[in-house]
Write a protein that binds this ligand. Structure first.
Ligand code: SAM
Length: 276
């Protein structure tokens, strides 16, 4: 499902900017919702925020007034000058004309202070962006993102729930994930076709269970969900045999969606050990 506009005609913001579908430009139009998001973020004067996709600064304007530093990352060149005009006089503000999917977030850290990431994210890049951000968790204090509600349900799903999948396991291995509230399509210009939701992701420090080889863990999780309706035994054929499952005390006739994150760590660590 995409966050495509509900109609095919071009749409424009009040300032005359033509919304670009390829950049997922559904801009927030409701001050009450914007306040609710800012309250959930609860910015403090000594904090360093990074906003992905500021658009026309609906969230940026209230945030930049409340923090020590706010870096914004915006891919659409047409928005850069209007953003500078609107925000350039705030000492906290710095604009990066960049693609958030390949951005090096660690370079923004100063004085070892972890970053607070925020954004009403373009839905078409939300999963790859979250996977990219998992590489920078040492530099991140927390993240508050608006995403398609369905994606937030996948991020926060518990085992046994139909939304529980690779994204849930990989994100919940590293982060606590909470759905904060749902936002209807009418609060955006143009309105998307689907509901949105705000998620808070907080890196776990320390990690409650540790994969001994992260690449093995990530590969095994991916393979476990390769065919959603197949059992672990079938999806992981050639990786683990029945003796391995017995050693891990995990039933191979289960589907991956029934396993807890800790079970994937157990299986992956066993697999890593077996390769030695
Ligand atoms: N924050 C604004 C708001 O809430 O009204 C705009 C949100 S809009 C859903 C997504 C924004 O992300 C747009 O401004 C879009 O141009 C920007 N964007 C899309 N892809 C991006 C990328 N790869 N890197 C950085 N910004 C991107």
């Amino acid at each position: 499902m995409s966050r495509a506009n509900t109609h095919g005609k071009p749409s424009y913001s009040a300032s005359g900017h033509q919304h670009k579908k390829q950049f997922g430009q559904n801009f927030l139009n409701n001050d009450g919702i914007i306040r609710q998001i800012v309250n959930a973020i609860h910015p403090q004067p000594d904090q360093h925020l990074v906003e992905i996709g500021p658009g026309e600064a609906a969230l940026t304007t209230p945030l930049v007034q409340q923090v020590k530093r706010l870096d914004i990352i915006e891919i659409d060149r047409d928005l850069h000058q209007p953003l500078r005009n609107k925000l350039g006089h705030y000492p906290a503000f710095a604009l990066h004309q960049a693609d958030a999917l390949s951005f090096d977030y660690a370079q923004l850290v100063t004085d070892n202070q972890p970053l607070r990431l925020v954004g009403n994210l373009p839905y078409n890049i939300s999963s790859p962006l979250i996977f990219h951000l998992l590489n920078y968790l040492d530099s991140i204090a927390d993240m508050h993102f608006m995403l398609q509600k369905e994606v937030v349900e996948r991020l926060t799903a518990t085992p046994g729930h139909k939304a529980f999948g690779r994204l849930s396991v990989m994100v919940q291995y590293y982060c606590e994930a909470e759905l904060l509230f749902i936002v209807g399509p009418q609060h955006f210009d143009p309105p998307p076709k689907v509901d949105s939701a705000i998620v808070r992701l907080t890196p776990r420090r320390p990690l409650p269970y540790q994969a001994t080889h992260l690449a093995d863990f990530a590969a095994l999780v991916k393979q476990s969900f390769a065919m959603k309706r197949k059992t672990l035994r079938n999806n992981l054929k050639g990786w683990l045999d029945d003796a391995d499952y017995a050693a891990c005390d995990i039933d191979p006739s289960l589907r991956a969606e029934a396993l807890a994150v800790a079970d994937f760590v157990t299986l992956a660590n066993h697999y890593t050990q077996k390769q030695k």
